[in-house]
Design a binder for this molecule. Structure first.
Ligand code: IPE
Ligand code: IPE
Ligand code: MG
Length: 238
């Protein structure tokens, strides 16, 4: 019998909690933002490698609804990095057939950033090669509460026959498949409010590698680990 391998995987959607930028920078005596900048390079590489390995969607946790607790200058630096990432990469992403989508609480973002996001989504709307989803100002609990409010409004307050599938359509991830695999870097073993609904049956791979060091070999290792898992969804086969 051949070993399960990344080449034969039915792996559609990978999600990543890109963690460890601050520690990576601190260990080099540099400011935390230096790690965030290096982290953007890892993200570019991750998109490329995931695409080459046949993954169709990558969802990356870029800023959480709890990250507002950080010093204002770090928060501002993270917002600035999103602006710069879009400015530097959008043309290339358009050309490469990458569809960009941003999920999260957009109402807290500044009008200029909302415009930048809308433009990126619009310009890549018809791209089908790969989907890059940036979870920015995203929190799973916040998303579920926003969805509940929308469902309630749409249905005049009567949710008595709302199904799971109905509810999922109100989430920011509407029309997206659930993640098959969630990777978290930096040695932390927690979910930190990421994709709480969507990751109900995801496989989790935790690695000690800090996000700025995460490269092709680490992505392959995570996908190979996934290939060895047996998903049972509560049943007994798999
Ligand atoms: C992940 O790296 C990036 C964000 C949360 C925005 P961190 O900034 O959390 O880095 P550590 O965990 O402090 O090392
Ligand atoms: C999760 O990382 C959020 C992102 C990667 C954007 P954090 O560094 O914020 O998570 P905690 O605080 O260690 O749980
Ligand atoms: Mg962290």
């Amino acid at each position: 019998m051949t070993e399960p391998s990344v080449e034969t995987l039915p792996l559609h959607h990978v999600a990543i909690i890109m963690d460890g930028n601050g520690r990576w920078a601190s260990s080099r005596g540099r400011p935390r933002v230096f790690g965030h900048r290096k982290g953007v390079e890892s993200l570019r590489e991750a998109v490329k490698v995931a695409g080459e390995l046949g993954v169709k969607q990558l969802t990356v946790f870029s800023f959480s609804t709890e990250n507002w607790r950080r010093p204002a200058e770090e928060v501002e630096a993270l917002f600035e990095l999103l602006r710069r990432f879009v400015a530097a990469d959008l043309d290339r992403l358009v050309e490469e057939g990458v569809r960009v989508k941003v999920i999260g609480r957009s109402e807290d973002l500044s009008p200029d950033l909302i415009k930048i996001i809308e433009n990126a989504e619009e310009r890549t709307l018809h791209n089908t090669e790969f989907k890059l989803v940036l979870a920015f100002n995203y929190g799973g609990r916040d998303e579920i509460v926003r969805a509940a409010r929308r469902a309630c409004r749409d249905r005049d307050g009567d949710l008595s026959d709302l199904t799971e599938a109905d509810f999922a359509r109100y989430l920011d991830t509407t029309d997206m498949p659930d993640p098959d695999l969630v990777i978290r870097t930096s040695g932390e073993h927690r979910v930190s409010n990421f994709l709480l609904w969507q990751a109900a049956y995801a496989e989790f791979v935790f690695t000690d590698v800090l996000w700025p060091d995460f490269g092709e070999a680490d992505m392959k290792a995570a996908l190979e680990e996934y290939a060895r898992r047996k998903r049972r969804y509560g049943g007994i086969n798999g």
